[in-house]
Design a protein around this ligand. Structure first.
Ligand code: MRU
Length: 352
């Protein structure tokens, strides 16, 4: 994506230096800092501490982590397990690591392993870019239809957390249709949930949209219900970290509340995801999707400032699951489908 006229991705490989380059997302929107990851330990640190974040991006980062591990001649299976457990909810991480691992295990040659690991990490990267592009093309139709119904009046879109290009490589998932609609000249305005405790909406989504020139307004997380009740939202589009083959979707904590509110107010609620975010083994999202619990200090402090009484206990559930009956549909790289096993399988028949 263009940032101040420069093309920028969230991750790339410096082949000469054998170093993975990433944007340290903890510092945005105030500083744009590129960090070098040289070892699989650096990769694990970056994922755990959310220098990189967002389901597709942590998948790609994990894939490059396997490449670095092979390069450094590590015990590959042990390292892969460590990378996979860096963050538990987004299934993209284990999907991508396993994809690279399964390919390198087919050869005994060190040189060949390095080549395969690098090629596979690149392949996953480019596939995710194309997937997000397609999500944008399919999602555009939804926004276009609303715009036509409103005779060209502004379409108000609500999004949660950051499912933008920063969470992916390019375009984003939830933001891909937003960028496509803006490029198509449709009048849009985006409600950006701040997304406590780490404020990915207020810090990252707002930064992305601002750089692209897209009108947006940041709201505190609790405002969603109010603006939906007052006809100020036409459609909600969010990303996902893991979606069951039956249609339950895990995403950043607070997504479920937005879906409940959207249902109560008759507002279409879409989840945008690439196929790497489907978990083809899990049936019941609420019971089976592992929900990451992060350091309570992320709730206690905001930008280094202690908000709470020092002794109060805090809990930090990082994700929640929106059950399928609250989801209008999924926007995927293969098209749009309802949140049901039958419809998902129609789009991905090879998984049936
Ligand atoms: O904890 P994070 O910032 O990694 O959570 C990210 C989200 O929940 C995103 O909405 C999700 O990964 C979709 S990414 C396109």
């Amino acid at each position: 994506m263009k940032v101040d006229n420069n093309d920028l991705r969230t991750i790339w490989l410096d082949e000469k230096e054998k170093v993975v380059k990433i944007i340290d997302q903890r510092l945005l929107p105030h500083k744009l800092v590129i960090v070098d990851l040289k070892t699989s330990d650096d990769i694990i640190y970056a994922i755990k501490n959310m220098l990189v974040r967002g389901a597709p991006l942590i998948g790609v980062t994990g894939a490059f982590g396997v490449y670095l591990a092979v390069l450094n001649n590590e015990d590959i299976k042990i390292t892969c397990d460590k990378i996979k457990s860096a963050r538990p909810t987004a299934v993209n991480l284990s999907w991508a690591v396993d994809k690279v691992l399964s390919k390198i295990l087919k050869t005994d040659s060190y040189i060949e392993k390095i080549k395969i690991a690098k090629e596979t990490a690149y392949e996953i990267t480019e596939d995710e870019v194309q997937n997000c592009k397609k999500i944008g093309e399919y999602g555009l139709k939804l926004i276009k239809d609303i715009s036509l119904k409103k005779n060209g009046e502004t379409v108000n879109i609500l999004t949660h957390c950051n499912a933008g290009w920063l969470a992916c490589i390019e375009y984003g998932t939830a933001t891909a249709p937003i960028y496509a609609a803006f490029d198509a000249g449709i009048n849009i305005h985006v409600w950006v949930d701040e997304t406590r405790p780490l404020n990915q909406g207020a810090r990252l989504t707002a930064w992305e949209l601002g750089k692209y020139g897209i009108p947006h307004t940041i709201i505190c997380d609790n405002a969603g219900g109010h603006i939906m009740q007052h006809n100020m939202v036409d459609i909600a589009i969010v990303g996902a970290d893991r979606v069951t083959y039956t249609g339950d979707a895990a995403n950043k904590i607070g997504t479920y509340l937005k879906a409940l509110s959207a249902k109560d107010n008759g507002i279409p609620f879409y989840v945008a995801l690439p196929s790497s975010t489907f978990d083809w083994n899990i049936k019941d999202g609420v019971k089976e999707i592992p929900i990451e619990e992060r350091n309570p200090d992320e709730v206690r402090y905001m930008e280094g400032l202690l908000l709470t009484p020092k002794d109060s206990s805090c809990a930090n559930f990082a994700f929640d699951v929106t059950p399928r009956h609250l989801i209008t549909g999924f926007i995927t790289e293969r098209g749009i489908c309802k949140a049901s096993e039958d419809d998902i399988m129609k789009l991905f028949p090879e998984k049936a």
